[in-house]
Design a protein around this ligand. Structure first.
Ligand code: 73E
Length: 809
């Protein structure tokens, strides 16, 4: 976008006055932010309109990415960067006497996702627009995002996240595009004009789905795609039927709040309502769009791809069938061909408890017609496969079984592509978790390793490092991440290495200022910063990290003069409110922090910082300051992970098990540049199968580990009587499901290697540089390019972007 500083200052000041009718000098940062956001939206609205029109007029194939979560982070800076006016606007605001960073901070960070899955969806939106690909998001406009986390006496307390309190400058409400979503009622048959019997629905509850659109700004390419989030409302013509507050509330509830469960726990009718609500609305709006093209239904899959992000949107399959059958009068065979060709599905987890299934009665009652369609999909699936695969295998793949509708089975049968999110994860899907389906449909399975956008996670989050990289290898890596490998040429350049060290220190100082001002914890920026940031879950093994910290604490207590490498252990993690074990671990970490941070003898050799309310904005502060990246899940459990990629991109060294995308990180950066430890997934499988794991024996025969574990129950750590006992028992007596005791020694050994290496700053910085320079392959640009070519079959509208990626990968 062309914009001079002079023009910006004039136009922005004018916008402010038009909005507020007072002088900008007397305004608050929130008002300045609101005016600036509006100003930007006005500035790109023309390109937004043009992008939409181009897609329609040229009838290019588009993808619709259906996801129950999007976690975009603050959008002001990334929009400025992508519009190409970040520096102009920043300078202009200084001229106007305004504080840019204050304005940036006054934007709320929308928490419309739990963690990796939602953040992935938003990284993908950035890459889709930046590659000039025709693609749109489809999701839910939650009135309240993921809970705000507070610690009270070390316990997690959840507060509502009223993110819309001051409005949302980026969204545009489009009531003219609203559609009706029906729940409940009965299905009947009536005779249609052509004499056929046609299903109709009686006594349904009709909900109005109103879309709110947000522009997804491509990186300096004039492309503005669309993220459409739906809000549930009472249809105006039905107001008369809603007599009580309770009845009205039931409608609002559908899009009231994001479910706080990451790969775990409960299912409820409300969640099913949410899932059908946004998929049905999305399908209807795609159909409305398609009808404008005037093309025949047979061409639908040539113009539309629909992606199902995990199983939450998998009702898109029977919903598209329903529309094609009941409203467009296609035959079952025609509708089924179109549906399968249109749909593709990503699996994000192998955890059994996260595999969605809904009680038959619930689906029948809430979605009677959809249930009929699923029944018929299932009947035909079984009928077709029985003779080919025999009854055992075939019935194991049934969509309806054991009283439930199995959503992953529906998603696989009803789509043409099934992908995992890292090589190892896809292997596990094919050969273990989804092996029955792999035998039936080998060609559907493929891998798409996750990725992250380097524009947010390096350029914006770490501007100092960006400047250094720009000065050494130029700026092309922002659109061609493979170029980052050119940075390897500086591996022996002392000046570059020293600069890397200085930049890291400056970022650590920034984070230290935050912990001091916001948490009252003083940390030494010269200490090693060790970071584990992700949802709290037993399989991610934050507890193993804790055991290592206790080991270090005991060492210092045994010999207070010990010359040990000072470390700050940084945690960021929310636990699902219903996940009590995870909450007990939070309490343990906070109690340990209380003990260690206030122990004079420990001084600054050891500190624990557990940030409250971890989310995208805090990640942007922590990641550039990180030196060690903890990726220590039990092998085989973490589908991919994405903080591993962000931390590596910012020069942290990884300590890892061979799990998820860590395997590929190892392949790209080389075994010498990260610290591996622990069981691999094969070894875990064997131990699980032959039942030969006895943690109690390890406890009894490993004196050091015994000493460490005993601190959980002997009063060493204050105020955790109950939690310490539960955690101790889970490890020693209840089988240590995630093999912490087994991996303890090798983890401690890897940590010692880290301490040793850190003594040599040059060597450390060399490995850090290798990590930065090897992270290009983890750009979401590459990931999305593969989705676009291999699954969605959509083309970039920017010829040069397309060529560039091909040339250099
Ligand atoms: O390994 C991560 C992965 O990097 C995985 O646990 C996470 O998805 C990330 C992106 O692919 C994930 N989240 C969920 N399942 N897997 C999930 C499940 C239910 C509700 C919300 C999120």
């Amino acid at each position: 976008m062309d914009l001079t500083k002079k023009r910006f200052k004039e136009e922005f000041s004018q916008t402010f006055e038009n909005m507020y009718a007072f002088d900008i000098k007397n305004s608050t940062a929130i008002q300045q932010y609101t005016a600036l956001g509006n100003y930007l939206r006005f500035s790109y609205s023309d390109d937004w309109n043009k992008t939409n029109k181009k897609y329609l007029n040229e009838q290019v194939k588009q993808v619709y990415y259906f996801s129950i979560e999007f976690l975009p982070g603050r959008m002001l800076k990334s929009n400025l960067l992508n519009l190409g006016i970040l520096d102009t606007v920043r300078d202009g605001l200084v001229d106007l006497g305004l504080d840019f960073e204050e304005i940036v901070k006054s934007e709320v960070d929308p928490g419309l996702g739990n963690g990796g899955l939602g953040r992935l969806a938003s990284c993908f939106m950035d890459s889709i627009a930046s590659l000039g690909l025709p693609g749109n998001g489809n999701g839910i406009r939650y009135r309240y995002g993921l809970f705000q986390q507070k610690f009270v006496d070390g316990y997690q307390v959840e507060l509502p996240d009223n993110w819309l309190r001051n409005g949302n400058v980026w969204e545009v409400r489009k009531e003219n595009k609203a559609v009706t979503v029906r729940f409940g009622g009965q299905v009947g048959l009536v005779e249609a004009a052509n004499g056929h019997l046609k299903p109709t629905y009686f006594n349904t509850q009709n909900i109005l789905a109103v879309p709110y659109d947000t522009g997804m700004v491509g990186y300096q390419n004039d492309v503005i795609n669309n993220l459409r989030l739906w809000s549930a409302e009472i249809p105006p013509e039905e107001e008369i039927h809603y007599h009580t507050i309770a009845e009205r509330e039931q409608v609002n509830q559908i899009t009231e709040v994001l479910y706080p469960d990451d790969s775990n726990h409960e299912g409820q009718t409300l969640r099913l309502r949410q899932e059908y609500f946004f998929t049905s609305a999305g399908i209807q709006s795609v159909i409305q769009y398609y009808k404008q093209t005037g093309l025949s239904w047979q061409n639908f899959p040539d113009k539309i791809a629909i992606h199902i992000n995990d199983t939450h949107p998998s009702l898109a399959i029977p919903e598209l069938m329903r529309v094609l059958l009941d409203e467009e009068d296609l035959s079952w065979e025609q509708a089924w061909e179109i549906t399968k060709k249109t749909m593709s599905y990503t699996n994000h987890t192998v955890l059994q408890e996260a595999m969605e299934k809904w009680p038959i009665d619930m689906v029948k009652k809430l979605l009677p017609r959809i249930y009929q369609v699923i029944e018929e999909i299932n009947r035909r699936h079984i009928e077709k496969k029985l003779s080919l695969y025999g009854s055992d295998l075939t019935y194991r793949t049934a969509i309806i079984a054991d009283g439930y509708v199995k959503m992953a089975h529906l998603a696989i049968v009803g789509s043409h592509s099934v992908n995992g999110v890292a090589k190892l994860h896809t292997e596990i899907l094919m050969h273990d978790v989804l092996n029955d389906f792999y035998q039936m449909y080998p060609a559907k399975f493929n891998n798409k390793t996750n990725g992250i956008t380097q524009r947010r996670w390096l350029h914006l989050a770490n501007e100092e490092l960006t400047k250094l990289i720009d000065s050494k290898i130029g700026t092309d890596w922002k659109t061609n991440p493979a170029e980052l490998k050119l940075f390897k040429a500086f591996i022996a350049d002392q000046e570059t290495l020293d600069k890397l060290g200085t930049i890291k220190l400056v970022n650590k100082e920034k984070f230290a200022a935050y912990t001091k001002n916001e948490m009252g914890i003083e940390i030494n920026p010269e200490a090693l910063f060790d970071v584990q940031i992700k949802r709290l879950h037993a399989y991610k093994r934050q507890l193993l990290n804790v055991l290592h910290i206790i080991d270090r604490y005991l060492k210092i207590k045994e010999d207070p003069t010990l010359a040990i490498q000072p470390r700050v252990f940084i945690f960021g993690a929310k636990a699902a409110p219903s996940y009590s074990y995870a909450k007990q671990i939070i309490k343990l970490i906070n109690a340990l922090a209380e003990l260690i941070n206030n122990d004079q003898e420990v001084d600054d050799k050891l500190k624990i910082v557990f940030v409250e309310n971890y989310g995208v904005s805090l990640a942007e502060l922590i990641i550039p300051a990180a030196e060690v990246s903890e990726q220590i899940s039990l092998a085989g459990k973490e589908a991919s992970g994405t903080s591993n990629m962000k931390l590596m991109l910012n020069g942290a060294l990884t300590i890892a098990t061979l799990d998820g995308a860590n395997v590929e990180i190892r392949d790209f950066v080389g075994e010498d540049n990260l610290f591996l430890f622990g069981l691999n997934d094969q070894e875990v499988q064997i131990l699980n199968k032959n039942g030969s794991y006895h943690p109690r024996e390890i406890y009894e025969t490993n004196p050091r580990l015994k000493q460490v574990l005993n601190t959980l129950i002997d009063g060493t750590i204050p105020d955790i009587e109950m939690e310490g006992r539960v955690i101790f028992d889970s490890l020693v007596y209840h089988n240590d499901e995630y093999f912490l005791l087994k991996d303890f020694d090798s983890y401690i050994q890897a940590q010692e290697e880290i301490d040793l290496l850190y003594q040599n700053k040059t060597k450390w910085n060399q490995k850090s540089l290798m990590n930065i320079a090897s992270s290009g392959p983890f750009s979401a640009d590459f990931t999305i390019q593969r989705y676009a070519e291999e699954i969605w079959k959509i083309d970039s509208q920017l010829i040069d972007v397309h060529q560039k990626l091909f040339l250099t990968e």
